[in-house]
Design a protein around this ligand. Structure first.
Ligand code: PXP
Length: 247
């Protein structure tokens, strides 16, 4: 089964730069609109407990101003659940969150945390929000996600992106078998974390992946080539990898 590969652009780090000075510039909502113009199929934003990048006001403005679906990344806490239920984004991706981490390190433990997570998945889904769980490419985590009734999983591909050449192919094989297993379980499969022009091809080529969420690299590249150009180049790398695979 061949699916269109959506690109979700994560605009968190536009807010990181803004917050370094505490003012309004650069505006992540302006970046989201530009991403939309450049061909992003969706916008992703992570409202963290410590509000280190995206703010509550950003979420309100994103909901009001963008025309593509918003994927709101949240931790499984009552505060974040209330915010998601108030704004009703198109999708909510539940991610693990530790205050001291630099970025989302690893996936959710759905196996060990199923009892805690169930209420969040159910409440979000009951409001028509498409729930995804951000997990490692691991069979047991996928089985647990399916048991919880989440329709979508996003595979954390950071280990593949960070790996050196030898381990990279092993990490890629892990992702490939997780994607197939997700498909067998009837889960829609997304992937993200750490993707760059150099690493996106083999992941984009997997025909059962429906969406990639990419942020940090694109915002970094925007410094050198502009945001629209960085997004268009990423889109084109994704399309080329898919076309090669299905040729
Ligand atoms: N997907 C999820 C669930 C994430 O938590 C992140 C990082 O916030 C990303 C995708 C994007 O990762 P990156 O910024 O490394 O492209």
């Amino acid at each position: 089964m061949e699916t269109y590969l959506r690109l979700g652009v994560n605009i968190d780090h536009v807010a990181t730069i803004r917050n370094a000075r505490g003012g309004d510039h650069p505006d992540p909502v302006r970046a989201a609109k530009m991403a939309e113009q450049a061909g992003a199929d969706g916008i992703t934003a992570h409202l963290r407990e410590d509000r280190r990048h995206i703010s509550d006001a950003d979420i309100e403005r994103l909901i009001a101003d963008i025309n593509v679906p918003l994927n709101l990344e949240i931790a499984a806490t009552d505060e974040m659940l209330a915010i998601a239920l108030r704004h009703k984004p198109h999708a909510a991706c539940i991610v693990p969150e530790k205050r001291e981490e630099q970025t989302t390190e690893g996936g959710l433990d759905v196996v060990g945390g199923a009892n805690h997570l169930r209420r969040y998945v159910d409440k979000l889904a009951n409001e028509g929000i498409r729930v995804s769980l951000f997990i490692e490419p691991d069979k047991a985590q996928l089985d647990a996600a399916a048991r919880l009734g989440a329709p979508v999983v996003e595979l954390h591909v950071g280990a593949y992106c960070d790996a050196r050449q030898v381990t990279r192919s092993r990490e890629l094989a892990r992702i490939e078998s997780a994607v197939l297993h997700a498909h067998d379980l009837g889960l829609e499969c997304h992937a993200g974390h750490g993707l760059t022009y150099d690493t996106v091809g083999p992941v984009a080529a997997m025909p059962l992946i429906a969406e990639l969420n990419i942020g940090h690299f694109l915002i970094g590249e925007a410094i050198f080539t502009g945001l629209e150009s960085a997004i268009m180049r990423m889109r084109s790398a994704m399309d080329k990898a898919r076309a090669k695979k299905s040729a």
